[in-house]
Design a binder for this molecule. Structure first.
Ligand SMILES: [Zn+2]
Length: 199
């Protein structure tokens, strides 16, 4: 009976080389490091240069942008002297008022609740990692951050707003409010934060 000569620590990851299939333990890497396959030199893992501070700064920015998006006017419509100002929450509320509360809940969840929960979770985990004694359960929060990723649909919502805008300008005078710019900024900042973070 022979045993594997290597003992895996919690931070080592057993990985198969995508190019040659060699199984190997990839050790925990320092920032801006690359692990290559010893047999074929394929890249096994590459770490970000600043895996905590950069995504933390971006996630905090996202939180500020979200606060702006929920507090400022979204779209301003005026038609034959009749004007109406909408907020980010106006859509779900109007859907609820029309008896389509299920759709309203989904819109509210995917455009506001899931994104804000994700951003809060990200800030919590990244800020916690910078503490001398990180709070417990960071991995549980981070699992939720990843689980909420497909439910955070700010970009889909913005695409819908763009389509609605092109139709509405033909009918009424439409003024774009600060919330829409903040939401567009939020989308970009979240993409950047996801790219800068090393799961
Ligand atoms: Zn290889």
């Amino acid at each position: 009976m022979s045993r594997l000569p290597l003992t895996l620590t919690a931070s080592d990851i057993l990985r198969e080389c995508p190019d040659c299939g060699l199984f190997q333990a990839v050790p925990a890497l320092r920032p801006a490091a690359v692990a290559r396959c010893p047999r074929c030199s394929a890249t096994l893992r590459r770490t970000r240069r600043n895996p905590v501070a950069a995504p933390l700064a971006l996630a905090t920015t996202a939180l500020v942008l979200f606060a702006i998006a929920t507090s400022m006017p979204f779209l301003d419509l005026s038609l034959r002297g009749y004007g109406r100002e909408t907020m980010l929450a106006s859509g779900p509320l109007a859907l609820g008022g029309e008896g389509m509360w299920e759709v309203g809940v989904v819109v509210l969840g995917t455009t506001m609740l899931a994104p804000v929960a994700r951003i809060f979770g990200m800030v919590w985990v990244l800020a916690g990692m910078r503490m001398r004694r990180p709070p417990r359960g960071l991995h549980v929060v981070f699992r939720w951050v990843e689980l909420l990723r497909p439910w955070s649909m700010v970009e889909v919502f913005l695409l819908g707003v763009f389509v609605a805008y092109t139709r509405l300008v033909a009918l009424a005078t439409v003024h774009v409010g600060g919330a829409l710019y903040a939401l567009a900024g939020l989308m970009l900042v979240m993409v950047a934060a996801d790219a800068a973070m090393d799961p």
